[in-house]
Design a protein around this ligand. Structure first.
Ligand SMILES: *[C@@H]1O[C@H](CO)[C@@H](O)[C@H](O)[C@H]1NC(C)=O
Ligand SMILES: *[C@@H]1O[C@H](CO)[C@@H](O)[C@H](O)[C@H]1NC(C)=O
Ligand SMILES: *[C@@H]1O[C@H](CO)[C@@H](O)[C@H](O)[C@H]1NC(C)=O
Ligand SMILES: *[C@@H]1O[C@H](CO)[C@@H](O)[C@H](O)[C@H]1NC(C)=O
Ligand SMILES: *[C@@H]1O[C@H](CO)[C@@H](O)[C@H](O)[C@H]1NC(C)=O
Length: 232
């Protein structure tokens, strides 16, 4: 049977561990997203807010990799990133995304006291992707092409796509779309990045025939007939 002393000890231990958790909770970084998927060449914003205990003054705030070095001193990044840090929130805008930017980004801040340094781990994982339209089903006849298309990226998890038909956003289910007519040109983009659409896909154009030489043709001469269409 537990003695009063043991219970008291347990209560003390519980109290103490709660104190520790609360203390630790004072240092923190909260990211707006843990994963970001973005198109090659586009621009993204990585956002976070942070907290620290009273009695400290923040002297430095920056984004970094595992090495804790400010990306502003990294020659691959310094000209493509911009910080906007005010009042316990810090956003990094990164432009001209490349494949090699696909990695984890962390936010770190440093205070005036030597025990006052903190990095938010894990950070934000960025995936830079190219988008591709894949034809999953197609039915073609003289007057109509109907297809089912799928938007593909290398990003994992919940990715939202939008479709643009002849330059206009269409409301169709993600990531599939159906119904494509002869003269429709269609591409897909990541939601929020409509300016970075995939290569356009369009159904075969109605074939046309050209004859050469053109004009009046007499019996027994040779002619060349060219049948042409276009699609991708
Ligand atoms: C990625 O973007 C770069 C720069 O915009 C471009 O040169 C390259 O062709 C793109 N690659 C793909 C696969 O889209
Ligand atoms: C910086 O962020 C604040 C809000 O957090 C915003 O009002 C301001 O316009 C931003 N500045 C720049 C240069 O983006
Ligand atoms: C072509 O397909 C469309 C849509 O499926 C259909 O309405 C139309 O009757 C078809 N036309 C011919 C000539 O088969
Ligand atoms: C596509 O064809 C339809 C009818 O066949 C026509 O009304 C429309 O203007 C065409 N659109 C383009 C972009 O050519
Ligand atoms: C065309 O060729 C056929 C077979 O060689 C011949 O029978 C016919 O007379 C020719 N016509 C003319 C107008 O030369």
């Amino acid at each position: 049977m537990a003695s009063a002393a043991a219970v008291a000890h347990l209560l003390f231990a519980l109290f103490f561990s709660v104190q520790v958790v609360q203390n630790k909770a004072n240092w923190g970084v909260t990211y707006a997203a843990d994963k970001i998927c973005a198109s090659n060449g586009s621009t993204v914003e990585m956002k976070c807010t942070y907290t620290y205990p009273a009695g400290y003054t923040v002297t430095e705030e920056f984004w970094c990799f595992q090495d804790n070095k400010n990306l502003k001193v990294n020659s691959d990044y310094k000209d493509r990133i911009q910080y906007n840090c005010t009042k316990e929130r810090c956003t990094m805008k990164m432009a001209d995304l490349k494949w090699t930017d696909s990695r984890e980004y962390r936010f770190r801040f440093i205070t005036d006291k030597s025990d006052g340094k903190y990095t938010g781990i894990p950070g934000i994982t960025l995936s830079v992707t190219a988008l591709q339209v894949e034809v999953t089903k197609i039915r073609v006849n003289e007057s109509c092409t109907k297809a089912e298309l799928k938007c593909k990226s290398s990003c994992t998890g919940d990715v939202s796509y939008v479709w643009l038909k002849n330059g206009e956003k269409v409301t169709e289910e993600n990531p599939h779309i159906t119904s494509l007519r002869f003269n429709d040109s269609i591409c897909c983009a990541l939601k929020g990045q409509e300016d970075y659409c995939s290569a356009s896909l369009y159904a075969p154009k109605l074939p046309s025939v050209t004859v050469s030489p053109s004009g009046e043709i007499v019996e027994n001469i040779s002619v060349i007939l060219i049948c042409s269409s276009d699609a991708n």
